[in-house]
Design a protein around this ligand. Structure first.
Ligand code: DGL
Length: 282
């Protein structure tokens, strides 16, 4: 919570949690939050008009993220989860500056787990080009464990494969093999799925990496850290929201119908609708 000026007085237990991503991928993080702290209300924003972030510059991703944070704050959220590895890598430090609302990203929790679980000190990170170029996973892992070698590999084709629904498909197998062979050859024992979409192809990655490599899912670790932080701040919701109270709300910056279809395939909850907002106004 570096640089944040959290004002506990302004934060209400029954306020929603804001979660955002460049598009649909952050739903894998939201799904974990729903599983681990099921009483919480969540406002999800997916920047479907401006996805992907993974090939954009730090300035652009930071500007987009700042707009989304301003939008989420209009709901008086009690915390914000940057459910996008690229936005966490490029924008989190800026977003945290002077924020009176706690903001957490997905990179630090995933890095922490990898630093703890590796036995042979060889950790692989697969992610977007931006996340790999930022070197952020290496930085955080090394802060916790100096006896490690980290191998980053950008896998830009995974996002479109997942969005096309090719989760278990020979094409995905073949591309995964091409990306991952070098990581197998250097004998990593831990692999961080450093992009929101990758947990959705976990079974393919498991098949190719084999049983001896630990797959770290930052979505799971982030939800765990979020729960710990809310507990520490005495902000964890203790009563379930009333029926029909719109516990989960979805906003997007472009066509809502495609988002709703994809969201329903990830979150088996019955998402009724998503609203489109003009995020450039924030
Ligand atoms: N959500 C992004 C991430 O986790 C992947 C999609 C994109 O490039 O915007 O890095």
């Amino acid at each position: 919570m570096k640089g944040m000026k959290i004002n506990r007085e302004l934060l209400q237990k029954d306020a929603p949690i804001g979660v955002f991503d460049s598009g649909v991928g952050g739903l894998t993080v939201m799904r974990e939050i729903m599983r681990q702290i099921p009483k919480e209300k969540i406002i999800y924003f997916g920047d479907t008009a401006r996805v992907p972030y993974g090939s954009k510059s730090q300035d652009t991703v930071t500007r987009y993220s700042e707009q989304i944070v301003r939008f989420l704050k209009t709901f008086q959220v009690k915390t914000i989860v940057v459910a996008c590895n690229t936005a966490s890598a490029y924008a989190l430090d800026t977003l945290e500056q002077d924020s009176e609302v706690p903001i957490i990203g997905v990179v630090r929790p995933g890095a922490k787990t990898a630093a703890e679980v590796t036995a042979n000190g060889r950790i692989g990170v697969i992610a977007t080009e931006a996340t790999i170029d930022s070197g952020i996973y290496s930085k955080y892992i090394r802060e916790l464990n100096q006896n490690v070698t980290i191998y980053g590999k950008a896998c830009p084709l995974f996002v479109p494969l997942v969005e096309e629904g090719l989760l278990e498909d020979p094409v995905t197998d073949e591309i995964s093999r091409r990306y991952l062979t070098e990581l197998i050859d250097i004998n990593i024992d831990t692999l961080i799925l450093g992009c929101t979409h990758y947990p959705l192809i976990r079974s393919t990655l498991r098949k190719i990496m084999g049983q001896n490599v630990t797959l770290v899912n930052p979505a799971y670790e982030t939800a765990r850290e979020l729960k710990e932080m809310l507990t520490e701040l005495n902000l964890l919701q203790d009563t379930s929201p009333e029926l029909g109270s719109n516990q989960y709300q979805f906003y997007v910056s472009d066509k809502a119908d495609k988002f709703v279809r994809f969201a329903n395939s990830i979150i088996k909850y019955g998402i009724l609708s998503a609203k489109t907002v003009n995020i450039e106004e924030y």
